[in-house]
Structure formats: C-alpha cells, structure tokens
Design a protein around this ligand. Sequence first.
Ligand SMILES: CC(C)(COP(=O)(O)OP(=O)(O)OC[C@H]1O[C@@H](n2cnc3c(N)ncnc32)[C@H](O)[C@@H]1OP(=O)(O)O)[C@@H](O)C(=O)NCCC(=O)NCCS
Length: 148
Amino acid sequence: MNACVITPMTANDLDWVCAEEACLHAHPWTRRNFEDALAAGNDAWVMHAGGEALAYAVVLRVLDEAHLLDIGVSLRAQGRGYGRQLLDWIAHFARDQGAVAFFLEVRVSNAIALALYERSGFSEIGRRRGYYPAVEGREDAIVMRRDL
Ligand SMILES: CC(C)(COP(=O)(O)OP(=O)(O)OC[C@H]1O[C@@H](n2cnc3c(N)ncnc32)[C@H](O)[C@@H]1OP(=O)(O)O)[C@@H](O)C(=O)NCCC(=O)NCCS
C-alpha cells in the first residue's frame, strides 16, 4: 500500500467522486446528494496515493456523535487496506473534534463492508427493516456503533 494523503472533498472532486460512486453502488448517491452534503458542512474526504484519488467518505457529526454516510474505494484499489485506513483516520479525526461514538448503517448483503466494519471495531446494535431500495423490493440495514 502506498503512503496516503487525505484531503477535504471539494466541488472540484465531484466529477471523480460521482463516477466512482456510480461504479460502486447499485443505488448511488447523486451529484446533488454530494453537493448538499458539502453545502451542509459535513466532513467529506478524498484519499490519494501516488498522486491518484482512490477513496472517499462523507461523515455527519451531530453533537458528540459521528455518522458515516458514505464510503467508497475505487475497484482497482480495493482489498489493499485503504478502506480500513480511511475509516481509522476518520475515527481519529472525529474523536479529536469531540465525538465519542461512531455510527453507520450497512446493507445486510454487503459482506465486504460488514467485514471492514467489524475489523474496525464496530458492533451491530440494531436493524432497520426495509431501509434500502434493492433490486427486488427493499433490504434491511444493520446499524453499527463503535466507541471513539
Ligand atoms: C467496503 C469497502 C469500502 C472496503 O474497502 P477496501 O479498501 O476494499 O477494504 P480493506 O482492503 O481496507 O479491507 C478491510 C477489511 O474488509 C474486508 N474485506 C476487504 N476486501 C474483502 C473481500 N474481497 N472479501 C472479504 N472481505 C474483504 C476484510 O475484513 C478486510 O480486513 P482484513 O484485510 O484485515 O481481513 C470497498 O469494498 C467499497 O468501496 N465497496 C463498495 C462501496 C461500499 O459498499 N461501501 C460501503 C457502504 S456501507
């Protein structure tokens, strides 16, 4: 894994972020979703290695909680530790900003993301029935939490 640099996401990143998002998710965020997230002042990050962008994430902080809203690693860079590194970095950043707990939701079928979150110290705290649109009907979300 190359050394990484993590920078705040800006409007200039959105062509790349939206293209990646469309590749990575069956139900991707729209450009408008990212624009709204940036306009709302959410924490949003792009990770670069060797001069190339390869991962991104969006986090909402409310009082002393951080909520992971979106994360993606380019297909060509997956399975090389970048997702975990970005998540750990976000956890440290949120803790430095006063957050004491980190929450997220993940599709029950997303085994790779579930493995990443469990390896990063998250535990299931509940389920939201039919939370996500799916190819056929709806799919449950697993709600996860970790201390910061
Ligand atoms: C989920 C995602 C962010 C993981 O990023 P990544 O850089 O590939 O993950 P890492 O290489 O850091 O691996 C972290 C852990 O995830 C798990 N993992 C990664 N790739 C895996 C694979 N192909 N099969 C099974 N588990 C895998 C492993 O537990 C791994 O930890 P380990 O190496 O210590 O065993 C990435 O696969 C992705 O962008 N997926 C599409 C978008 C998405 O699903 N986002 C999450 C929405 S909730």
